[in-house]
Design a protein around this ligand. Structure first.
Ligand code: GUN
Length: 294
């Protein structure tokens, strides 16, 4: 069994990006600038956004954190997005999800300039992804592809079962794993809350990608020998520790890892990859903006 080490791989990618940024600086070029917008005080979201900004500093990017109160109206957020769309300093930006109830997420995602949409959530970019066109691939699915690629995990002709159809992970992952090429060329089954007899499906899978958010959902008896297991779940479970919680995934790691050929841990698997790939998309955005100005 091989652990797919997201922490190490993410560090390798950040070092590669830093080397690119160092070259830009040496040539007197503008370095990539990422902005992150967060609305409200959700603890997990604040942690994620903080990690994204710190990662920018680590690779030498410029970064801007825009914090807006929980009471922010849709119009106020749309105004801020307009400002970021029109700011030539900003190469890419993200609006951290979920948003407070009074704000229509679809409206917000549509308002982001597709050329600065480094999350890859705009319908234009999502459509390009589905049509194999060059675009920003959403960071978590992109991170999973990168892990499969760097560890040379065979996906060609394999049966990939995805658990969860979220717009951020499950849905894009189902498209990407079925695309031509590597990683890809898989036969994909997308399962969700209305799927009947899920064990019958997961137990035939060569690769399982679980993005459900239910701790310990995937048990050893649901998995065949030598399956590849990708755990995207990140759930905070309250405990008596100083932090007040611990982080766990969708997979019963202790037992499933005994059967798996490759498996991602939680924490330290897919999570760190998401941040590395957001940086990669921001680097790509800078490169596109540079070429567009020539
Ligand atoms: N919330 C959970 N994951 C993500 C992500 O990748 N991007 C944004 N913007 N919000 C998220």
């Amino acid at each position: 069994m091989t652990i797919l080490d997201g922490r190490k791989t993410s560090n390798d990618i950040k070092n590669e990006i830093k080397a690119e940024v160092d070259k830009m600086k040496a040539n007197g070029e503008k370095v990539p600038h990422l902005a992150a917008v967060i609305v409200g005080n959700d603890g997990a979201s604040l942690t994620y956004v903080g990690s994204k900004v710190r990662a920018c500093e680590r690779v030498g990017f410029d970064s801007t954190l825009v914090k807006m109160p929980n009471t922010t109206s849709e119009v106020e957020l749309l105004d801020k997005i307009d400002e970021l769309n029109n700011d030539p300093e900003i190469d890419g930006f993200i609006v951290q999800l979920p948003l407070p109830k009074q704000i229509d997420t679809q409206k917000v995602l549509l308002a982001v300039n597709a050329d600065k949409d480094v999350d890859g959530f705009h319908p234009t970019n999502f459509g390009k992804m589905a049509l194999d066109m060059s675009t920003f691939i959403p960071a978590t699915p992109f991170g999973i592809l990168e892990l499969l690629d760097r560890y040379k995990v065979e996906t060609d002709g394999k049966h990939t079962v995805i658990i969860g159809r979220s717009h951020i992970v499950g849905r894009p992952m189902s498209i990407l794993m079925g695309r031509k090429g590597f990683p890809g060329n898989s036969t994909v089954t997308l399962t969700h809350s209305h799927t009947k007899n899920i064990t019958q499906i997961t137990s035939q899978a060569d690769i399982i990608i679980s993005a459900l958010g239910v701790p310990g959902f995937l048990k050893a008896e649901m998995v065949k020998d030598d399956a590849v297991i990708i755990d995207v779940g990140i759930t905070r479970v309250p405990d008596d520790s100083e932090k007040g919680y611990y982080i766990t995934g969708d997979v019963d790691f202790e037992n499933v890892s005994k059967k798996a050929s490759f498996i991602t841990p939680v924490p330290g698997g897919v999570g760190p990859m998401t941040i590395a790939m957001l940086l990669k998309n921001t680097l790509l955005a800078r490169e596109r903006h540079r070429l567009a100005k020539k």
